[in-house]
Design a protein around this ligand. Structure first.
Ligand SMILES: NC(=O)c1ccc[n+]([C@@H]2O[C@H](COP(=O)([O-])OP(=O)(O)OC[C@H]3O[C@@H](n4cnc5c(N)ncnc54)[C@H](OP(=O)(O)O)[C@@H]3O)[C@@H](O)[C@H]2O)c1
Length: 333
């Protein structure tokens, strides 16, 4: 039986500096139109959610709003033949949680072409331990693999390594045999990073170069960068010939200063990663890999589970750069 109302986080924001979050009831009839109504069992916290939850107009234009770019749950109602009530499904990205009421509520209603059937060998909970962060890490790993880099090519650097995308990138790369160097700002997280598969752990400060030199000593066969800014700029200068560098995030800075030299003297490639609009066939293929040959065994040590009320603290920690692994939000049984 579908209830009339459901529990949800609602963010009120009059301006970028003026916002308030509440846990409240919302009517199902007020959800946007869509083919599939999903009863959300788990969601997860991503950096974009923390921005939406603090009134960031670059992510969410209009408030009041329910963030949550990830949702995994059970189809409650469907007007599309591909999805039947009772089926387990997941949604990540597209407009969910941005300007469409998101996964920090017990129900979402979305177009059928945003919905992925839960792959075999993955529970709803596991799918949200990955969530957008794990999906993005997997897209980055896929670029490294497609570029032709093999475990014999050399070390892969992962930046922002204790964060959601970073910790899953370290885990997946090491699961499939790559030697991973994890760069972190958290000097006390050496054991965590080694336990999830990093061969070496280095301090963020060790890979930031403030000189104006166009190239640095070659260290990396590939780079999964999750932070942007000077860390990305420095990584671009520190690769072997024909390296692959992926770029997905901006927590350090959305801008970076670069020259053409790494590109024209070392033939490197910089890949942009955009998980939200990944076409459905690639999306399904990546989720099958996540649940199959790339599935990692230490998901338990990578996440913390919280109720809706726990988001308040988790959002603040994420915005201060303190995130460690993944946070999943339990919304139902
Ligand atoms: N393009 C896409 O499709 C896509 C998808 C998902 C996420 N993202 C982006 O990827 C980034 C990471 O997302 P996430 O969910 O992994 O976030 P997260 O869990 O908050 O992790 C970010 C990590 O970056 C490091 N960090 C934080 N502040 C930093 C600073 N000022 N300078 C350098 N490093 C800093 C920290 O790791 P250490 O302390 O270990 O260094 C932190 O744990 C965000 O910018 C997010 O918007 C993009």
């Amino acid at each position: 039986m579908i209830p009339e109302t459901f529990r949800t986080m609602i963010v009120h924001s009059a301006s970028e500096t003026d916002h308030e979050r509440r846990i409240a009831e919302k009517f199902i009839r007020d959800l946007p139109a869509g083919d599939v109504l999903i009863q959300v069992v788990y969601s997860s916290l991503n950096y974009k959610d923390a921005l939406s939850a603090t009134g960031n107009r670059g992510v969410t234009r209009t408030y009041p709003h329910t963030p949550g770019i990830d949702a995994a749950g059970i189809v409650a109602e469907s007007s599309h033949p591909a999805f039947l009530p009772g089926e387990p499904v997941l949604v990540t990205g597209y407009d969910l949680g941005m300007n469409t009421s998101g996964g920090f509520g017990q129900y979402v209603r979305v177009p059928a072409d945003w919905v992925v059937k839960l792959p075999e060998n993955l529970s709803l909970k596991e799918s949200m331990i990955y969530g957008t962060a794990g999906f993005t890490a997997s897209l980055s790993v896929q670029k490294i693999v497609e570029h032709g880099l093999t475990p014999d090519s050399g070390d892969i650097l992962v930046t922002g390594a204790t964060g959601g995308v970073g910790s899953l990138a370290v885990s997946i790369l090491s699961k499939i045999g790559y030697s991973v160097t994890a760069a972190t700002g958290k000097t006390d997280q050496n054991d965590f990073l080694r336990n999830i598969g990093a061969k070496a752990v280095i301090s963020r400060a060790d890979i930031v170069d403030d000189s104006k030199r166009p190239l640095l000593k070659a260290r990396w066969a590939g780079v999964v960068d999750t932070v942007g800014g000077n860390i990305l700029a420095s990584a671009l200068k520190s690769t072997f010939q024909r390296a692959a560098v992926t770029c997905c995030g901006n927590v350090a800075s959305p801008t970076f200063a670069a020259t053409v030299y790494p590109f024209i003297l070392r033939g490197i490639t910089l890949y942009g990663i955009d998980s939200a609009s990944t076409p459905m066939p690639i999306r399904q293929k990546i989720w099958r890999k996540i649940a199959g040959e790339w599935k990692i065994s230490h998901l338990d040590s990578l996440h913390t589970e919280i109720p809706l009320e726990g988001l308040e603290h988790a959002i603040e920690r994420m915005l201060s750069g303190g995130q460690h692994g993944r946070v999943i939000v339990r919304l139902g049984d």
